[in-house]
Design a protein around this ligand. Structure first.
Ligand code: TYD
Length: 204
C-alpha cells in the first residue's frame, strides 16, 4: 500500500510521519517512510539544487523537470520494490506536490505537468492520500520558526495561496482525506491515526 501525505508549507507532515510509522509498526505492518524530493542518493542531490536559496535564477520549467528527475529514480529504486515486497510505503509528498506547486503555484499548464508526472512515475499512483490543510499565514509562520527555510518557502505569499487553493481543489475532486492541520499537534496526530486505523486492519 502506497500512502502519501500532502500539504502546503508548515502543515506539519514531516513531524507527524515518524509517529504514524510507529503506530503502524505496533499494529504489525512493515512500513517504509520516505520523502520527496529525495529518498534516494540521486534524489537527495537533486533536492539540494532545488532547495538551495542561492539558485534564484531557476525558472519554473527547470524546477518542474528536476522534481520529475528525482521522482523517476525514487519510484524505480524505492517505491516499486517495497510495494512488490508487500510493505506500506508512506511518503512525505509525491506527484501531487508538483501539481500544487509547479502547476497551480507557478501557473504552468496542468495537462503538460500531468503528462510529465505520468512519464516520471510510469503511472504509479498512491492508494491513499492524506491532505493536511493549513492556512498560509499560520503555515508560513510555523515554517519560519523552524530551521528549514528553503528556496521554495521564499516564494511570495500569492504563490503559496495558489498552492493551497490548488490543493483544496484536488482534495475535493479526488476524495482525499483532509485533516485540519491548524489544530494543535495532538489533535492532528489523533486525526491522522484515526484515518489510518479506519483503513488498515492490524496484522497482530
Ligand atoms: P521540504 O523541506 O521537504 O518542505 P516541507 O517540509 O514543506 O515538505 O521541501 C520540499 C519543498 O519542495 C516544498 O516547498 C514543496 C516543494 N515541492 C514542489 O514544489 N514540487 C514537488 O513535486 C515536490 C515533491 C516538492
Amino acid at each position: 500500500m502506497f500512502i502519501t501525505l500532502e500539504g502546503p508549507e508548515g502543515s506539519g507532515k514531516t513531524s507527524h510521519i515518524p509517529y504514524l510509522v510507529e503506530f503502524l509498526r505496533e499494529q504489525g505492518h512493515t512500513v517504509f517512510p520516505t520523502r520527496e524530493p529525495g529518498g534516494t542518493s540521486i534524489g537527495e542531490q537533486v533536492r539540494e539544487i532545488l532547495n538551495d536559496l542561492k539558485n534564484t535564477e531557476m525558472i519554473p520549467r527547470t524546477e518542474t523537470l528536476l522534481f520529475q528527475a528525482a521522482r523517476a529514480q525514487f519510484v524505480e529504486e524505492v517505491i516499486r520494490p517495497r510495494l512488490a515486497n508487500g510493505e506500506i510505503v508512506i511518503s512525505d509528498r509525491y506527484a501531487d506536490s508538483t501539481i500544487a506547486y509547479q502547476g497551480y503555484g507557478h501557473q504552468q499548464d496542468l495537462t503538460q505537468i500531468k503528462t510529465l508526472i505520468e512519464y516520471a512515475t510510469g503511472g504509479l499512483k498512491p492508494d491513499l492520500t492524506i491532505y493536511l490543510d493549513v492556512d498560509i499565514e499560520t503555515g508560513i509562520k510555523r515554517k519560519k520558526n523552524s530551521e528549514e527555510w528553503n528556496r521554495l518557502d521564499a516564494y511570495t505569499v500569492e504563490f503559496h495561496k495558489r498552492v493551497r487553493s490548488g490543493y483544496l481543489k484536488m482534495a475535493k475532486a479526488e476524495q482525499w482525506i483532509t485533516v485540519d492541520a491548524s489544530q494543535g499537534w495532538d489533535e492532528v496526530q489523533a486525526g491522522l491515526k484515526k484515518v489510518i486505523a479506519e483503513r488498515l486492519e492490524p496484522t497482530k
